[in-house]
Write a protein of this length. Structure first.
Length: 267
């Protein structure tokens, strides 16, 4: 079974790394505290491992983190963080292995910053635009066009949360000019949809026109997503970068620890 990485696993891994660093011990020494291996501790920090509640509390206590409020935060990060079966039912099947972690992180993020060329970012797409993008794809394992559309639109539920994330988009003019299927009517609906979203206080959309010289270091040539996920613990927020096509999901940012995984494919 493939390893299932989730936002809560990454958050818990960050807290475990924080406890080990604060206690001034090595991963090997921390592993001995709960009679396990250094490789298992490393897997937990990287979000690919699992730990029983008892072992988690034992590790925290032996590292000096005995506050009940903090231990409850650790238990909450561990609770139901594996998502078993979540991706195999209904429209969730439309999310490929390459994008599942991104989708999960979007649901937990308080800030998302997106740079894009050619294609309107998924969080801004209207139903007609999504349908036009995927209209020519064949059904795979019974996955229908409607399920693909519903999966894309479901990601936008974060826009209507009681405390929605701050969203910032920098788009090339090519995103607005490129027509998918349906032609001008689809793009007119898409642009109207983006105008409505841009009127929200938490949404900023900026467009770099063709006339503007991008320069060699301009990010507009390589689309990416920056996410910040707040932590209920003490380690501070996760800050992550999703770079499509670079075969890397780097969670180091300005932090000392670097946690990496491979994520490829379209979002």
């Amino acid at each position: 079974m493939a390893t299932i990485r989730t936002a809560k696993k990454l958050l818990l891994g960050r807290e475990i790394a924080h406890m080990i660093d604060t206690a001034g011990v090595s991963q090997t020494e921390a592993a001995k505290l709960i009679e396990t291996s250094q490789s298992r501790i490393n897997a937990l920090i990287g979000g690919t491992g699992a730990i029983a509640p008892g072992d988690l509390m034992l590790l925290a206590s032996k590292l000096g983190f005995t506050d009940e409020g903090y231990q409850e935060a650790l238990r909450e990060m561990r609770r139901d963080n594996h998502k078993r079966g979540f991706w195999s039912a209904g429209h969730n099947r439309a999310y490929g292995e390459d994008v599942r972690l991104l989708v999960d992180l979007e649901k937990h993020a308080d800030q998302i910053r997106w740079s894009q060329v050619e294609v309107i970012p998924g969080l801004l797409q209207c139903a007609a635009y999504v349908r036009a993008m995927y209209a020519d794809l064949p059904e795979v394992e019974g996955l229908t066009l409607d399920e693909r559309v519903n999966a894309r639109l479901a990601r936008q539920d974060i826009l209507d949360k009681s405390e929605p994330p701050s969203l910032q988009f920098v788009l090339s003019e090519s995103c607005l000019r490129r027509m998918w299927g349906g032609g001008r009517d689809v793009m007119r609906e898409q642009l109207d949809h983006m105008i409505k979203l841009s009127n929200r206080e938490n949404v900023m959309i900026q467009v770099m026109p063709y006339e503007s010289a991008p320069g060699r270091k301009s990010p507009i040539g390589n689309h990416f997503v920056l996410l910040r996920v707040p932590s209920p613990g003490q380690a501070g927020p996760l800050e992550l970068a999703y770079v499509e096509g670079w075969a890397r999901f780097d969670t180091s940012m300005t932090r000392r620890r670097s946690l990496r995984t491979t994520l490829l494919g379209r979002d």
